[in-house]
Ligand binder design. Sequence first.
Ligand code: CTP
Ligand code: MG
Length: 256
Amino acid sequence: MYDETRPHRTAAVIPAAGRGTRLGPGAPKALRSLGGIPMLIHAVRAMARSRAVSLVVVVAPPDGAAEVKNLLDEHALPGGAAGGSWGRTDFLVVPGGETRQQSVRAGLDALPDGITSVLIHDAARPLVPVDTVDAVVEAVRAGAPAVVPAMPLADTVKEVEPGEPGEPEPVVATPERARLRAVQTPQGFDLATLVRAHERIAVNGEGATDDAGMVEKLGVPVVLVPGHEEAFKVTRPLDLILADAVLARRRATDVY
Ligand code: CTP
Ligand code: MG
């Protein structure tokens, strides 16, 4: 468990409180199994693998905090410093909220004094490579207030006037694809800047789906660094098949 006397600088907050509606019926998405291990555990390990991350705050489904604590204990690295620890990385579990924005806020509120920068990482991106995590941390520590891993798009994107489901939708515009990026997580922030964004920007509807977008609204510059194709978000059933295939390939080639 978290030791107040240990110095921490960069923490990771993992919002994991969503239902996973688009994945179909079943357990909350973060608790679904990937290669025999809950998706959330993969995501925590992905953060803990970075030497820069000394604390991971998991934001659990509102009624699932105790279950998530048990999962973290169960999957702790054997022989860690405190018997049930994750080596150098401590963890906390807090209950989440109705929207992703509220869940991230709950995670930020749980951070102890002494943290200066924070990564926000979707539990639904369990396979992000450590090099991507480190690249984000490095850019934040070099002075960027907000850093986002991003990828060029494969598909051309249309802006539409949304219509009734199943009805044809009128196209409003076609943004130039070369100028568009799909953003991933972990997104890295100067902690004070992200906290300020959360204090100033109210939750509307589903809340912000992108943390950097909130910082942009403050007028603070946001920069992109290269993301990774394996940092894709598990959203729909086909994504589970892809994630299993990536894991199987890693196990076969023993990269991790
Ligand atoms: N999330 C959260 N709290 C919420 C909603 C979402 O912590 N109230 C988290 C999810 O657990 C996920 C991340 O935010 O790790 C990204 O959200 P998304 O992929 O949309 O996951 P879900 O909201 O669970 O999925 P869906 O939208 O299909 O229900
Ligand atoms: Mg969602």
